[in-house]
Design a protein around this ligand. Structure first.
Ligand code: HEC
Ligand SMILES: [Cu+2]
Length: 496
């Protein structure tokens, strides 16, 4: 009877007009695929992945994955006791081919304190392997499964309390590559989001313990790509060159938050949504990645520059760490194409709608000539400035002016800020872009011009300079007014 059904299904599948190459082998075919030889899986740490599989047949793949409990930095000056598959968050990337027989060895390091197991979403079987892989410290469990369904799958620990094991970093990705392989690209990367819950608040220094209370409330202190703030920034940024194609295997360990994965300034040419290997979606801006889910995004990088990976639920990116960099380098032979795709800023001219007077728009509307220049007492200015700071500046420069390494310069004990009052005023009213050096660190980013009244600019700058170890100064409304006048004259002359 069962045989009969398989035969029937097989005939149906071969007749179906909807059969695409990605569906060429059926689950039944994969159950029956003959296994030839054996090999050890090459396990690779994020953000890299093992090379594409070129084998044309199914084999036995032996996976040796080690669980390690290890204290390492989650942010600058903040440590966390991560529980990992292979020593890092996310766990080692595993790459097998559909039809392969996977012999899985889960090794729990003798120095660990807790039992662990593994549930691979690529498994057809009870608990995804969880029930067969429960392993005490200093022990090793073995189980085997057949990789029947091609796709990109999450694996994670499923030992109680499961959410805690996952929140401590116990997740990774396994790719079951379709028999015919994936389209060729120039670069492949591995990025996984996760939410983290600490006793102290975001950025609080020292060793931080897990907070079950915050996890239950789903209020993370950190939302991270690859397990640490800055894990994909600066010298650790993902890279590519103009004209190259990039594939990112993006997963979400959770345990709780959905990721709205987006790269600022890139469009995904193809997205294999939810890790499915059937037809990819095309021309996608943001893709949802569920906790315990994954997707594959692919795009050609046509223009040079720095592009920012984010969870587009943006306070997670700018306040909780879900922020990475993709640096696309220009290529001499492609310089003209690069400029054709994106020009860069071509001009900045005064915009004056009919009937408007720029001079009064851009500054305080004077009631009397005197009210223009009269400042509040210093203490009141600092108080008012603190509120302006909190509402306008702290999202990027952070609540205590500490900034975010590589992205937003510090305003606390900031040599650049303290060096030149006029320049600080200019930055706020006219914006700033291009390379600057603050406390020895180079920033090459952009701050928008701020639409604040003259006295508000004076108040916020006074607050900053009277806080966090800066050189105390009193910025006057009249100073701001004078700088604004200078800027207008410069712009009228066409200078920048
Ligand atoms: C959207 C993010 C963002 C916000 C909001 C923001 N800035 Fe900035 N700011 C930046 C970036 C990025 C730079 C560095 C620009 C560069 O690299 O050229 C910068 C640079 C500066 C600098 C010069 C560098 C330094 O460390 O002294 C000052 C001063 C400054 N900002 C003040 C402010 C003030 C005051 C506010 C609020 C009114 C503010 N910023 C709001 C992103 C921001
Ligand atoms: Cu575990």
């Amino acid at each position: 009877m069962k045989k009969c059904f398989y035969l029937f299904a097989f005939i149906l599948a071969s007749l179906s007009p909807f059969t695409t190459p990605a569906q060429a082998a059926s689950k039944t075919d994969n159950i029956e695929a003959a296994i030839q030889g054996e090999e050890f899986a090459k396990l690779v740490e994020a953000p890299f992945v093992p090379p594409p599989i070129t084998r044309k047949f199914a084999t036995k793949v032996i996976v040796n994955l080690e669980v390690k409990e290890e204290v390492s930095p989650i942010a600058d000056g903040v440590n966390y006791n991560f529980w990992t598959y292979g020593g890092k968050v996310p766990g080692n990337f595993i790459r097998v081919r559909e039809g392969d027989l996977v012999e899985f060895h889960l090794n729990n390091h003798p120095k660990n304190k807790n039992p662990h197991n593994i549930d691979l979403h690529a498994v057809n079987g009870p608990g995804g392997g969880g029930t067969s892989s429960f392993t005490a410290p200093g022990h090793s469990s073995v189980f085997s499964f057949k990789a029947l369904n091609p796709g990109l799958y999450v694996y994670h620990c499923a030992t109680a309390p499961v959410a805690m094991h996952i929140a401590n970093g116990m997740y990774g990705l396994i790719l079951v590559e379709p028999a015919e392989g994936l389209p060729k690209v120039d670069r492949e990367y591995y990025v996984m989001q996760g939410d983290f819950y600490t006793q102290g608040s975001t950025g609080e220094k020292g060793l931080q313990a897990f907070s079950m209370e915050k996890a239950v409330a789903e209020k993370p202190d950190y939302v991270l790509f690859n397990g640490a703030m800055g894990a994909l920034q600066n010298e650790k940024a993902l890279t590519s060159k103009v004209g190259e194609t990039v594939r990112i295997f993006i997963g979400n360990g959770g345990p709780n938050l959905v990721s709205s994965f987006h790269i600022i300034g890139q469009i995904f040419d193809r997205v294999w949504q939810e890790g499915s290997m059937s037809a990819p979606g095309t021309n996608i801006q943001t893709t949802l990645v569920a906790p315990g889910g994954a997707a594959i995004v692919e795009f050609m990088t046509p223009a040079s520059g720095t592009y920012i990976l984010v969870d587009h639920a943006l306070t997670r990116a700018f306040n909780k760490g879900a922020l990475g960099h993709l640096m696309v380098a220009s290529v001499d032979s492609k310089a003209s194409q690069d400029k054709l795709v994106y020009s860069g800023k071509q001009s900045d001219e005064i915009y004056q709608p009919e009937g408007a007077n720029v001079a009064t728009m851009a500054s305080d509307k004077p009631k009397t000539a005197k009210s223009l220049v009269k400042d509040k007492p210093l203490a009141d200015k600092i108080k008012a400035g603190e509120i302006i700071y909190r509402n306008n500046c702290s999202a990027c420069h952070q609540p205590k002016g500490q900034g975010i390494p590589q992205s937003f310069p510090p305003l606390a004990k900031a040599d650049y800020f303290n060096e030149n009052m006029e320049r600080a005023i200019r930055v706020v009213i006219a914006g700033l872009s291009g390379k600057i050096t603050v406390n020895g660190q180079v920033y090459d980013s952009m701050m928008p011009a701020w639409d604040l009244k003259d006295h508000e600019v004076a108040d916020v700058l006074t607050y900053i300079s009277q806080s966090w170890g800066n050189k105390p100064q009193n910025f006057k409304t009249s100073d701001v007014k004078a700088v604004r006048k200078k800027l207008m004259v410069e712009m009228d002359k066409g200078g920048h």
